[in-house]
Design a protein around this ligand. Structure first.
Ligand code: KG4
Ligand code: ZN
Length: 337
């Protein structure tokens, strides 16, 4: 089954063709990052407009690259939530028009489920159940993936997402948006024990996380140091900050593996590119856990992951009609549309 998949929830317009949920025939991404960089973050109006400009051309391009015609497409999958509402709407409306014109099923896909499904593309042998740590610019979740379309959230960030904190701290250090990767690079030469930054223990659910206290502590430290005429040691601060983010995530992953008894751990989302976090995740392999860490190209936003999850949503009967709407926020739990 060839699924034409569409992703437009933030600042990447992406269209892909995925066969039977596991094989990427083509995957095209038009990134807007350079445009938003001058503003230090994503400007929603600009994002929506640029998605509209790019989406039709990308759809033609993926067909051409896969050497297919519109007749070879069996269904259309699209990110319908969560994301910047104007941006998600562009993808949803394009997908609805394509499904109507081609008379093919329309499959709504939750963006976070898509991130998890990137693992199915990178690891064709991977099947649920497994534990998945989702760490992106907008979301931080520890998910029990019981089946392809059945997930339980063990814990979540109660405030900022890990990626958002990386980007805010990077910005104050003068790194261009999105600064997570630059901060990671700077951390390579730093001493992570130099700066004392907080580790969170929010609320009653031990799996829940918090990053805003850590972010504020790091920002205050930078501002206070500069106010007295000193400069922070950038590599040391970046290393200490990365270690603090990692310490907020990894012990919870460990606890969840112990509690669920799962021997399979997958990771998803752009922050999975972080070297400190990757190192810690890979270390679980020494404890008999099979670790699934997709390549960086599949960790960030892309449409192939939407096509992969779309296939399993289709098999579960989760299709939609022309009434499908876009949502800025929606739980991953998959209540019917
Ligand atoms: O998953 P993603 O591409 O987009 C969202 O759905 O949010 O994640 C983007 C996030 C950004 O916050 C970016 O700074 C962060 O991933 N990121 C990193 C690294 N590479 C990307 N954060 C820390 N270390 C990295 N190496
Ligand atoms: Zn994402």
């Amino acid at each position: 089954m060839n699924i034409l998949a569409v992703e437009s929830s933030c600042d990447e317009t992406a269209v892909a063709i995925v066969r039977d949920g596991r094989e990427v025939l083509t995957d095209c991404i038009a990134s807007q990052v350079d445009l938003h960089r001058i503003y230090g973050g994503v400007v929603p109006e600009i994002a929506s407009r640029k998605h509209m400009e790019a989406i039709y051309g990308l759809a033609d391009q993926v067909l051409k690259e896969a050497n297919l015609t519109r007749k070879d497409i069996d269904a259309i999958a699209v990110t319908y939530a969560p994301g910047l509402i104007g941006a998600v709407l562009v993808g949803v409306n394009f997908a609805k028009a394509a499904a109507l014109a081609l008379n093919k099923p329309l499959i709504p896909v939750h963006h976070i489920r898509g991130h998890i499904a990137a693992n199915y593309l990178a690891y064709p042998e991977l099947k649920p159940p497994f534990l998945c740590l989702v760490v992106s610019g907008g979301h931080t979740l520890l998910v029990d993936v019981q089946d392809y379309t059945k997930t339980e959230i063990l814990g979540t960030s109660l405030d900022d997402a890990a990626g958002e904190c990386f980007d805010k701290v990077a910005r104050v250090l003068g790194m261009p948006y999105p600064g997570g990767a630059a901060l990671d690079k700077a951390a390579a030469n730093g001493d992570e024990t130099s700066y004392d930054l907080p580790r969170s223990k929010p609320g009653e659910n031990p799996y829940n996380m918090s990053f805003s206290g850590l972010k504020t502590a790091a920002l205050n430290l930078i501002h206070n140091t500069r106010q007295i005429g000193d400069e922070v040691d950038i590599p040391d601060l970046c290393a200490s900050f990365s270690a603090a983010v990692s310490d907020n995530l990894i012990p919870r992953v460990k606890m969840a593996l112990e509690q669920t008894g799962y021997k399979k751990l997958a990771v998803a989302g752009g922050v999975a590119a972080n070297s400190r976090i990757r190192r810690e995740i890979l270390a679980f392999a020494h404890e008999g856990v099979e670790v699934f860490l997709p390549p960086l190209s599949l960790c960030g936003d892309n449409a192939a992951m939407i096509g992969a999850q779309g296939y399993y949503e289709y098999l579960a009967g989760n299709t939609a009609g022309m009434e499908l709407n876009a949502y800025a926020t929606k739980s991953i739990l998959g209540e019917s549309m």
